[in-house]
Design a protein. Sequence first.
Length: 83
Amino acid sequence: MNEIKKARRLIQTDPLSPAAVILASLVRALESDEKFDLGDLYRLNFDNFNLAMDILKAWRLDRYYSGKAKLHDLSVQVGALKM
């Protein structure tokens, strides 16, 4: 399973978990040039930290991947839940 699908599954499973909130914030920052606190990455466990690194790599390599749009939409929804 690729990193985009893994992140989407993690966020969908528990959108208010700290890992989901951090990953959603990272995705929003990548897509819309929002600021992202890199220190948040260190709050992730090892597997989710590696997932975040894989997302960064994938975003860099393929900005127009169709699955990205679904993940971004979900991340925006998670951001709205916090408010």
